[in-house]
Ligand binder design. Structure first.
Ligand code: NDP
Length: 340
């Protein structure tokens, strides 16, 4: 048997938590043969909900699930953890300014980073889902000086998967046949979905550029450029709001599925092409060092490697600059608030 992996989920009593826990326990993240120990961390008001989820997890009698623990104590919740999924966050309330939101979340992610620094396993990896995810990851990382910064990541995989879904619907090909889409920048409305390097693999194994297939489907490359700017990019960036409008509550299962995909590919490999994740910048593509920004990445054994040398169209470059500016402003705010 393989060594057990300890996974901590914060906000485990929430909507995403409820969609996420059962998939982790069923083996979707690490494979059905890897035993999983789950630790559910909540704030006191979320404890009952997390306890209920823990009871249901037991009732599933999953083969891979070794134990479930529920706590509202961060030290206990992160003790010995190999993977921390930071889902719980303070949502933006009515009239809340960006600085208020960053302050409220700094009060959550700072102490969590510290608890990870003190008690997590030496090989700990962190995925931040709670918004503003990129800057929350930056704050947590700053409070965990003994954990290498590249272990702190934020989720843009849902945006990536939403882009695949739109391409799949428009082109009439399975999403799984499309690879090498990119989400650049911040996980916010300023994110930059980029399909210029994306490829389709046909059933016979032949490969074709997505841009070529799109131009054909939409009646030429000029029409494709309009579709990209006016339909595709806003659709992907605003999909969360659309789900809320139609479903009556925010996307939860798709966010959980994206978290599963992020971790799966981080440890077990990306497959064809690359995927998207927000990782600490090493200066690649002129994104200032130290910002947590989304890049094209390839994963293996718990490391993300930023794919280098991809050409960027001027329009994509300037959209990325705007998104990076937003990340810099967020970093300036949290720095001035003493949260870094
Ligand atoms: P959800 O489980 O629906 O969402 C949790 C977080 O994920 C939010 O910050 C949300 O940001 C973010 N998120 C990221 N991507 C998405 C997406 N695509 N769709 C929806 N959300 C996304 O929230 P709930 O309110 O149901 O649950 C949150 C739980 O967290 C509560 O049980 C609360 O008690 C707990 N909590 C725990 C903390 C802790 O463990 N220390 C701290 C704070 C809260 P956005 O709001 O921008 O949508």
């Amino acid at each position: 048997t393989q060594t057990p992996v300890t996974v901590t989920v914060t906000g485990a009593g929430g909507q995403i938590g409820y969609a996420l826990l059962f998939r982790i326990a069923s083996g979707a993240m690490f494979g059905v043969h890897r035993p999983v120990r789950l630790k559910l961390l909540e704030i006191p008001t979320g404890l009952k909900s997390a306890e209920g989820a823990a009871m249901e997890l037991q009732d599933c009698a999953f083969g891979a699930l070794q134990s479930v623990e529920v706590t509202d104590d961060a030290a206990q919740g992160f003790d010995g953890t190999n993977l921390a999924l930071l889902v719980g966050a303070r949502p933006r309330g009515p009239g809340m300014e960006r600085a208020d939101l960053l302050t409220a979340n700094g009060a959550i992610f700072g102490p969590q980073g510290q608890a990870i620094n003190e008690g997590a396993a030496d090989d700990v990896r962190v995925l931040v889902v709670g918004n503003p995810a990129n800057t929350n990851a930056l704050i947590a990382s700053a409070h965990a000086p003994d954990v290498p910064a590249e272990r702190f990541t934020a989720m843009t995989r849902l945006d990536h998967n939403r882009a695949l879904a739109q391409l799949s619907l428009t082109l009439g090909v399975p999403a799984a046949a499309i690879d090498s889409v990119i989400i650049w920048g911040n996980h916010s409305a300023s994110q930059v979905p980029d399909i210029s390097h994306a490829m389709i693999t046909a059933a016979d194994g032949s490969r074709r550029r997505v841009t070529e297939a799109l131009a054909e489907a939409l009646g030429g490359s000029a029409k494709m450029e309009i579709w990209l700017a006016e339909t595709f990019i806003p659709k992907v960036a605003k999909r969360g709001a659309e789900i809320i409008e139609v479903r009556g509550s925010s996307s939860a299962a798709s966010a959980a599925a994206a978290a599963i995909d992020h971790v799966h590919d981080w440890f077990l490999g990306t497959g064809v092409g690359w995927t998207s994740a927000a990782v600490v910048s090493d200066g690649s593509y002129s994104v200032p060092r130290g910002l947590v920004s989304s890049f094209p990445v390839e994963g293996l054994d718990g490391s993300w490697v930023i794919r280098q040398g991809l050409e960027m169209a001027p329009a994509i470059r300037s959209r990325l600059e705007a998104s990076v500016k937003e990340l810099q402003e967020e970093r300036e705010i949290v720095t001035s608030l003493g949260l870094l």
